[in-house]
Design a protein around this ligand. Sequence first.
Ligand code: C5P
Length: 310
Amino acid sequence: MSMAHRSDAVHVRAPGKINVYLGVGSQHDDGYHALATVFQAVSLYEDVYAHPSNEFTLEVYGDVDVADVPVDDRNLAMRAAKLLAQTAGVTAGVHLVIRKGVPVAGGMGGGSADAAAALVACDALWGTELGPHRLHELAARLGADVPFALHGGTAIGAGRGDELTPALARGRFDWVLVTSAQGLSTPEIYGRLDALRAHGEALADDPPLSLDVPVAVLQALRAGDAMALAPVMFNDLERAAVDGRPDLERALADGLRFGALAGIVSGSGPTVALLCADSEIARTVQQELQATGRTALHVHGPVAGAQVLG
Ligand code: C5P
């Protein structure tokens, strides 16, 4: 594993995300569910280094367990590099080195961040200059969460989650993340939600209910008001994620007991995101959770999307 990076490598950093709000509607013919979501990019990062090469190769290391990360075409960053090369008619290859800071299979879009970072890094390495609009198109083809990792900040996601509208978010939100050694499969969690709903419950986008982000969520973000955001955070996937995972419910309950304002499962889980009133309280919540033997991280959002670093 080469930890050293040559000076001709391009370094791109892309953030993980929390879904502050995630409403899930019905499943469409393409297998994807209609979403009304609000993403916030947080200060937990994937670093991708693109080295000149004649072939397409990949290595992965990091602060989190990377044992389950594939280094072949199953890896979304590898697919991103090849898709860009094919689209732009590039004949060169790339050696990608990924340093992972976002938990694997954690519901925080780490793989999507890798793909977004790989697009930006290879675009710079090869001088393809596709521009933001084309990169967004390629990102959406790679996965529903990839466009947001390019974009960063705070944004509303419609469609499969890939139709983005920037949302105003003032100030800084402090989050404590409780990560989990045992990941969850996103398709499985969506499937479990469908199964739970098959027992008679209305879908969120069935009339008279509509699949929209509540105005209160957007107002709280715009005001930079964690107290106002806390009671309106919501995740339709949470029930499916905590099903059979009492550890997640305990992490949510302990987070509140230690001083967080509110907690939700991030995306399809199992990472738990606890919103705190300020950074000092977040530090306390993090320490208390660590003292119970959990892995807890203090992050903040919103932060920028995928960008080239010097
Ligand atoms: O696009 P991505 O690879 O992140 O999605 C992983 C899986 O999550 C999809 O194959 C699908 O099963 C599920 N998904 C969904 N509806 C969405 C986003 C993801 O059903 N809007």
